[in-house]
Ligand binder design. Sequence first.
Ligand code: VG1
Ligand code: CO
Length: 543
Amino acid sequence: MSIKTIETKPYADQKPGTSGLRKRVTVWQQPNYVENYIQSIFDVLEDRQGKTLVIGGDGRFYNDVAIQKAIKIAAANGFGKVMVGQGGLLSTPAASHLIRHYKAFGGLVLSASHNPGGPDGDFGIKYNIANGGPAPESITEAVFARSKVIGAYRIADVPDVDLSRIGTQKSGDMVVEVVDPVADYAALMETLFDFKAISSLFKSGFRMQFDAMHAVTGPYAHRIIEDILGAPKGTVINGVPSPDFGGGHPDPNLVYAKDLYDLLMSADGPDFGAASDGDGDRNLIIGKNRFVTPSDSLAILAANAPLAPAYAAGIAGIARSMPTSSAADRVAEKLGIEMHETPTGWKFFGNLLDAGRVTVCGEESAGTGSNHVREKDGVWAVLLWLNIIAARKQSVDQIVREHWKTYGRNYYTRHDFEEVDAAIANKLVDDLRAQLPGLVGKSFGNLKVSYADDFSYTDPIDGSVSPKQGIRIGFEDGSRIVLRLSGTGTVGATLRLYVERYEPADGQHDLETQAALEPLIALAEQLAGIKARTGRQAPDVIT
Ligand code: VG1
Ligand code: CO
């Protein structure tokens, strides 16, 4: 095999964010941009010689170009084998499963997840380690450091691999195995859930709509929900992955999946609605006349997990990202199990899952998952909901209401201000941080501040410290205001404001969410001045 060493100049901006490196496609199209980044990853990985690497992506624009480069660079860097999804496709959780199942060394996930695609959209690359999870900060920081000084990359001078053909080929001396992206993942799901009970549910006339948003979960949902579980054809819509997600925005929230929401709120709508994001790790759950907030979904899934065979013996603990509501904390308290609050991003759950300290994890951004893989998993969450509905023989609305009657309700919302001037956003956060010491003990109306800090996380397993993970202002009644900057945006800065208020089990559970949180939203504006400083009238997205 002929291996070329190509001289290159470093780029200064290859700093991975919350979940890998995400940039506009036009940035990735610069000379050697992809090559530099992948070589920087490989440069910090010792012992890769002869090992197996999993590669797959969400099928977005540039996936096909980047994947061929990745294969040739892997061949030139001594990997023994690359396992890649047919057509270059693998959902993020399926990639995580393949890495674990075949004991691969790691994997490259080509995705910008919920960000829009197409030639003017975003592309991204993320490295996952041998446990199947996103690389921890120690690795992502080393990759960034390497990318700033890289002087050359190695690439095999070989033809492209035919990714349409399942089976084994060669890229130079390296074996390339093209696999069915769905088969192993579907088999895993079958071991976790009561497929018989879910099939019977569909046979009894239960109606569902799954919106794959023209993204990667289409093939997974068609195979598992329609072919294996027997839901009628047409249950899955927008099920063919397209490079620009059909021109849409593959973020399953009430703004971009509004059609699904409207359908579920209509008189003759189905019983259950779900959607997933670009790379298949997020989920949206909507029952007939009942939207389930992701934070509530985490709590409900954790409380009911033992109804699914995989978790019948109970769960060891729960972890949630810091901005996620504390609904799950109340479940953990009742069950007497461990509860962990981690920074935003799935990489912080890996150690807790590996150590068996937690079984179920979740984020307010519509990510839930368990110890079956090391990523959040959209289809998994949908199947667990179906399993719970089949076992409890109740509607989503009934399940949610009973949950609130047992644990109380955490009213919760997130307001996103996107593409804000980065200097203004940073100053705003700095100024709020400076106010924090003076806030503790202060009262605003009937809200008394019990703590105010910039969240710092010490990993209980490896002791690593991640400071400055977002500002938290907690009140004595359990209410909370959180403000942080997004680490996945690609233009300017995105400010995320998270607001939460607790209403006890015998309290008011039927208030409209924004109205219930209005005093806290107003207080956040008084303290941080987002609208005043950015000139924005309203958030771009409310979830
Ligand atoms: C967002 C979410 C976070 C999630 C991350 C990756 O990060 O808030 O919860 O883990 O996206 O999700 P940020 O830094 O923009 O707030 V995915 O589905 O885009 O990989
Ligand atoms: Co995603």
